[in-house]
Design a protein around this ligand. Structure first.
Ligand SMILES: Cc1cc2nc3c(=O)[nH]c(=O)nc-3n(C[C@H](O)[C@H](O)[C@H](O)COP(=O)(O)O)c2cc1C
Length: 323
């Protein structure tokens, strides 16, 4: 029987256990998105006893920045800091991943770019401009350059952010994607741009590729559980090695309703694609995290907010499961 504190392999990367810290934005980066000492300390303090740490969402393009103190991965000048961050995590024995992202219509820059000129349903007030196909090709190059930086900085894995209503989630959702070309309309078309990003990144880097999938928009007519068996196999085909399941347009906050809210979505993704899955969302009890692995409902369990309050959450969880 598999247990939470037993190893897991993703291609050549061995995780010492199946407990992960999911991406948790700190807003502690420098003005240009650079790694700060404060950020390194934050991750170092939390990486002991954890199998995998996914560093917070890092912008691939200043135009797609979400907040002013967000971490960046858009420029080679950031490499030294990113290397320090990866080393700090790996020195504690955890595997290090980093999430790369573009905010689309949720950005903070003067001009917003998105699949369609649709105001984001999550409290935004500005109408974005529709991305042209040539601009989209440019963005693929920026995702590739960011993933290459992750690899050069020494990260073991890289995660593409396709959740929480940011750019790739905006392409997938029929609420925000109203395009009339080959990137809009049926699900396969809406997934086309995210898949092109995955394919290009996969060709460019050797490290395993994670994809955070927004599997539930939380809005009528949006992405929901019944779409997952169509999406997950296509992401596998495009080159994803590990799916990381979370919320879509309206974010992850809906998980507060029920512990393990996204577990059925991870099960559907796993079953349909055969890919290993990580699942996160109000799994704050070590016994529940262990049961999800034991019952073979997901491969890796992410625990987020508890680590913000208690950097030693993993050690305490391991002790509590031994009793
Ligand atoms: C302060 C904070 C920052 C977050 N930043 C990110 C992020 O950068 N990228 C991401 O995909 N999810 C982000 N999330 C969502 C978490 O990864 C996670 O899915 C969410 O906290 C639910 O899991 P939990 O109940 O274990 O905390 C963030 C959540 C919080 C509370």
């Amino acid at each position: 029987m598999k247990r939470l504190f037993e190893p897991f392999e993703i291609r050549e990367v061995i995780l010492r256990n199946r407990l992960a810290i999911p991406p948790l934005a700190n807003n502690r980066a420098g003005e240009n998105g650079e790694v700060t000492d404060e950020l390194v300390l934050h991750y170092r303090e939390r990486s002991a006893d954890v199998g995998l740490v996914v560093v917070e969402h890092s912008f691939i393009d200043p135009q797609g920045r979400y907040t002013t103190r967000q971490l960046g991965i858009h420029d080679d000048s950031l490499l030294d800091g990113l290397s320090r961050l990866a080393s700090a995590i790996r020195a504690q024995g955890a595997a290090a991943s980093i999430q790369i992202t573009h905010a689309g219509s949720r950005g903070c820059s003067d001009v917003l770019r998105a699949p369609s000129p649709v105001v984001h349903p999550r409290g935004a007030s500005r109408v974005p401009e529709e991305l042209s196909v040539s601009e989209m090709k440019g963005l693929i190059e920026l995702f590739v350059a960011a993933a290459r930086r992750a690899e050069r900085a020494g990260f073991d894995l890289v995660e593409i952010h396709g959740a929480h209503g940011y750019l790739l989630s905006q392409f997938l959702s029929p609420i925000t994607n109203k395009r009339q070309d080959g990137y809009g309309g049926k699900l396969e078309n809406r997934l086309r741009f995210p898949m092109e990003v995955v394919e290009a990144v996969k060709r460019a880097v050797g490290i395993p590729l994670m994809y955070r999938l927004g599997a539930e928009d939380g809005i009528e007519g949006g992405i929901s559980l019944h779409d997952v068996p169509r999406i997950a196999p296509l992401l596998r085909e495009a080159g994803v090695d590990l799916l990381d399941i979370s919320g879509g347009l309206m974010g992850w906050e809906m998980v507060n309703e029920r512990p393990g809210f996204f577990v059925p979505y991870a099960e559907a993704a796993r079953r349909s694609s055969g890919l290993p899955c990580m699942v996160t969302g109000n799994i704050h009890d070590p016994a529940l995290a262990d049961a999800i692995v034991r019952e073979d409902r997901a491969d890796i369990v992410g625990v987020g907010r508890p680590f913000l309050k208690d950097p030693e959450w993993a050690r305490k969880a391991r002790v509590s499961l031994m009793q």
